[in-house]
Design a protein around this ligand. Structure first.
Ligand SMILES: *[C@@H]1O[C@H](CO)[C@@H](O)[C@H](O)[C@H]1NC(C)=O
Ligand SMILES: *[C@@H]1O[C@H](CO)[C@@H](O)[C@H](O)[C@H]1NC(C)=O
Ligand SMILES: *[C@@H]1O[C@H](CO)[C@@H](O)[C@H](O)[C@H]1NC(C)=O
Length: 252
């Protein structure tokens, strides 16, 4: 009896081991890299949300003139060496390896972001309308020379109208926003706050929120109002009910 039991458990043990081996093999097979090793230059794999960077531009006298805080993701279309076709590659700007520079005039402020390692230059130009006291992002240019690019990509659009704000105020957009620059470049911004004109010290002025954020805030407001309405109705029903039962009590 014990002997048969031993054989059975031995069989079970072997089966378990076989199953385990099969599962492990399966797992390894899916994890293992393809037989042809990928060439070193390759498009960036789904980079996730970009980290937020703080960028400051000073005037020649050392005072701050442009302040930006944002996560940036570049979506570049180019001819890939490794894939031998056109790809849409998404790259996050890494704040710790991104150097800001730029310049400020009375009606024009620029922010240049350069990454050495990635060989990318990105310039934002803001324009101020002195009559209306409004500014906007009017121009973006970019040049990139990545290892995977068959030839460098250079893009410029000086006819943009994004990130509209008022002199002395900052423009803010927590939600992801896409700035379409050209056929070959779009920029996704995350948790953006920027002020290109009318800074006091190196602090942002009061923020003007973008429409996307306001729409976002509308939902909790509507839900809150609905809940408040519900509470009011229940309270009224209770009060009316109490009055009635009270009245009924008196007639008896
Ligand atoms: C990048 O751009 C392509 C085409 O312009 C688009 O299909 C894709 O969804 C974009 N990807 C991201 C993450 O923005
Ligand atoms: C500046 O704003 C004024 C008033 O809104 C407008 O009439 C004018 O065309 C704007 N100027 C430029 C260069 O956009
Ligand atoms: C970026 O700008 C620097 C300085 O002007 C230049 O040396 C470099 O070649 C530029 N990189 C690209 C990819 O255009």
């Amino acid at each position: 009896m014990t002997h048969i039991g031993g054989v059975q458990s031995w069989c079970l043990g072997v089966t378990l081991q076989l199953v385990l081996a099969a599962v492990l093999h399966q797992g390894l097979a899916t994890v293992a890299p393809p037989t042809t090793a990928p060439t070193p230059p390759a498009p960036h794999k789904d980079p996730g949300r970009p980290e937020k960077g703080d960028y400051l531009v000073n005037r020649s006298n050392g005072t701050a003139c442009l302040l930006a805080s944002m996560g940036l993701q570049l979506n570049i279309t180019y001819n890939s060496v490794s894939q031998n076709k056109t790809v849409h590659d998404v790259m996050n700007l890494q704040p710790n390896v991104t150097k800001p520079s730029g310049s400020c005039d009375s009606d024009r402020a620029s922010l240049l972001l350069s990454t050495d390692a990635e060989k990318t230059n990105l310039t934002f130009v803001f324009t101020l309308n002195a009559t209306s006291n409004k500014y906007h992002l009017s121009e973006v240019s970019m040049s990139a020379d990545w290892p995977d690019m068959k030839k460098p990509v250079s893009v410029n659009n000086s006819n943009l109208d994004y990130l509209r704000g008022t002199f002395g105020f900052s423009y803010m957009c927590h939600e992801e926003q896409t700035l379409n620059v050209s056929q070959d470049l779009s920029i996704n911004t995350f948790q953006l706050q920027v002020q290109p004109f009318g800074l006091t010290g190196d602090q942002f002025g009061a923020a003007e929120e973008c429409q996307l954020d306001e729409d976002d805030m509308l939902i909790p407001i509507i839900v809150g109002a609905a809940l408040a309405g519900l509470v009011l109705i229940v309270l009224l029903a209770y009060l009316i009910g109490r009055k009635r039962s009270h009245a009924g009590y008196q007639t008896i």
